[in-house]
Ligand binder design. Structure first.
Ligand SMILES: Nc1ncnc2c1ncn2[C@@H]1O[C@H](COP(=O)(O)OP(=O)(O)OP(=O)(O)O)[C@@H](O)[C@H]1O
Ligand SMILES: [Mg+2]
Length: 251
């Protein structure tokens, strides 16, 4: 279900200079020329470090009503006070007449704060039910990967928009596969995902659009064209040659 159909710029960024943040980031500036069409099930953002994936994800999450710290959607969709630098310049085309029941914005760097907020639920009898929906064990007492999977399995209920920034950071390859299975279940339950990732495993999800962000802007690519796939594939096929080249003493 495409809750969000397109993302476009409501400000003119054509004159933005490279160091004007965020409109000067090439991928963001390119939204002046063409809006971003989201896949109804899953849209991936890939690209080098610094290409603008988090900037774009945060702008979308902000516009969709998620809080800066991540977590579920608490704010009114039309709230005026936006927190991301890009949020005020974005406009989302939402599918009319459908209101998602669930949603989550996962920021890798703020997961710790989110886990702390959940711990406070345990102490409050009025919100203890909420806490137990996270598995009844403090996320701080679970390993990084365990707590992420607990979140995916227990807190994501379907019929929602899930915006995730590098969810693979905590997950072993095996658990990334488990994540794909869970994501597929949630998509069957009427959910839409938008994910920034460097993982060649997550990117393999078949029913998705992949956008690559780089110095030229933003374009749709095939899985096999993506850097995470190409570099991992080359490494796996002939790691000795690649390592000899990378680690040789010659300039
Ligand atoms: N608050 C900010 N003020 C100014 N520039 C910023 C700010 N946040 C990010 N940038 C710059 O904007 C560009 C895009 O950053 P962003 O964090 O969106 O990249 P990314 O694609 O998410 O990278 P990574 O893969 O490392 O997470 C980078 O050049 C970064 O230095
Ligand atoms: Mg990032």
């Amino acid at each position: 279900m495409p809750f969000i159909k397109t993302v476009s710029l409501s400000s003119d960024a054509s004159e933005a200079e490279p160091d004007d943040y965020p409109l000067g980031v090439p991928a963001i500036r390119s939204l002046s020329e063409a809006m971003l069409r989201l896949h109804p099930k899953c849209t991936f953002l890939v690209g080098e470090n610094g290409s603008g994936k988090s900037t774009l994800l945060e702008g979308i999450a902000d516009r969709w009503g998620f809080d800066r710290e991540g977590g579920g959607r608490n704010r009114n969709l039309y709230a005026k006070e936006l927190w991301s630098d890009l949020g005020p310049h974005l406009s989302l085309l939402r599918k009319t007449g459908c209101n998602p029941m669930d949603g989550f914005f996962l920021r890798a760097e703020s997961f710790f704060n989110f886990a702390s907020a959940l711990d406070q639920f345990e102490e409050d009898p009025y919100t203890a039910d909420n806490y137990f929906s996270y598995g009844g064990k403090s996320l701080h007492q679970q390993s990084h990967g365990e707590s992420f999977l607990t979140l995916f399995n227990m807190r994501f209920h379907g019929d929602g928009v899930y915006i995730l920034d590098e969810p693979e950071a905590a997950l072993s390859p095996q658990r990334q596969l488990a994540f794909l299975v869970r994501m597929n279940d949630l998509i069957r339950d009427n959910s839409q995902f938008i994910i920034a990732t460097h993982s060649p495993i997550l990117l393999g999800y078949p029913d998705a659009t992949i956008y690559e962000l780089d110095e030229n802007g933003l374009r749709e690519i095939e899985y096999e064209e993506s850097q995470p796939y190409q570099i991992t594939n080359r490494f796996m096929k002939d790691r000795h040659r690649m390592l000899d080249y990378l680690l040789s003493d010659e300039d």
